[in-house]
Write a protein that binds this ligand. Structure first.
Ligand code: BV8
Ligand code: ZN
Length: 239
């Protein structure tokens, strides 16, 4: 571990599962998955939003309200501790749109799929912090238009800050994936980019992900147990 300088951590819904936030695809605990209640095409695509904006706004209003009643779990706190103590490069690239990494104290966080607590004005492009519903078409703080949508990356839309992510992957010595099924691209391909530059690749997940074969090491279990143990290990192994 001594030669580890730059770490990239990819997190998915599994890191927030023990905080009570539904994952997209039911984990082995068999809980209801988000996409079983709704068809992806209807609620997480620009076409779905154009077709039925009330359905989509209502879906995100429900989730935006739900995350505000949840708390970070030991996995979020462990990653925040690593962020605070790790002198080398560190980037937490999260696919999650909740704010639990930040509420645990992490600072070097990048939301590649956007954030529930932001609204994006389709009239003036302003992004505003937003904790209230959007269903009643509130006015944009920037331009006053009633043209706000969730600031969330839908299927078919370009994820945010891809240049920053690929630059971090190019410098990575260690790539750790936590709580993701490896079902969605481009996030699911990051492990391959990391391997191409010789980074060590570790997967921490409840079950093997779709990209498990790309990882040199997989540890199976709950994030609230695996992540704190791994953070202790990395901090203890510092040169
Ligand atoms: C794009 C925000 C390009 C919204 C999300 C065919 C082949 C390859 C790709 C495609 C294709 N057809 C279409 C595509 C592209 C598409 C894609 O990948 N589709 C998939 C379905 C095949 N991707 C896109 O459209 C992306 N954009 O490609 O743009 C482009 C190029 C040029 C110009 C324009 C565009 C955009 C994708 C982003 C979609 N938005 N989220 C919202 O949140 O509502 S995706 C959403 O699902 C999440 O953000 C996440 O990224 C994704 C997967 O979810 P996970 O986080 O992995 O969660 P999941 O439930 O799946 O898994 C949880 C895991 O945790 C499980 O493994 C479980 O075992 C584990 N777990 C459970 N409990 C625990 C646990 N682990 C540990 N502890 C526990 N307690
Ligand atoms: Zn506006």
């Amino acid at each position: 571990m001594a030669r580890i300088r730059n770490i990239v951590i990819l997190t998915g819904a599994g890191v927030s599962a023990e905080s009570g936030i539904d994952t997209f695809r039911a984990g082995s605990d068999g809980g209801p998955s988000l996409w079983e209640q709704h068809r992806v095409e209807d609620v997480a695509t620009p076409e779905g939003f154009a077709r039925d904006p009330d359905l989509v706004l209502g879906f995100y209003d429900m989730r935006r309200a739900a995350i505000q009643t949840k708390q970070p779990n030991p996995a979020h706190h462990a990653l925040a501790r690593l962020d605070a103590q790790w002198e080398g490069g560190l980037l937490i690239v999260t696919q999650n749109v909740d704010d639990l990494h930040e509420r645990a104290g992490a600072r070097r966080v990048l939301h590649m799929h956007g954030e529930h607590l932001k609204a994006w004005c389709t009239a003036c492009d302003t992004r505003s912090r937003w904790t209230a519903p959007l269903i009643d078409r509130p006015r944009c703080p920037g331009c006053g238009a009633a043209a706000l949508r969730p600031d969330v990356v839908w299927f078919g839309e370009m994820p945010y800050e891809m240049d920053t992510i690929y630059a971090a992957l190019r410098d990575a010595d260690l790539f750790v994936s936590v709580g993701t099924s490896g079902a969605v691209y481009p996030a699911a391909g990051f492990v391959r980019d990391a391997r191409e530059v010789g980074a060590w690749t570790l997967e921490l997940n409840l079950e093997r992900s779709q990209g498990s074969h790309w990882f040199q090491e997989t540890r199976l279990g709950r994030a609230s147990e695996l992540v704190p143990a791994w953070v202790d290990e990395v901090l203890a192994a510092r040169a």
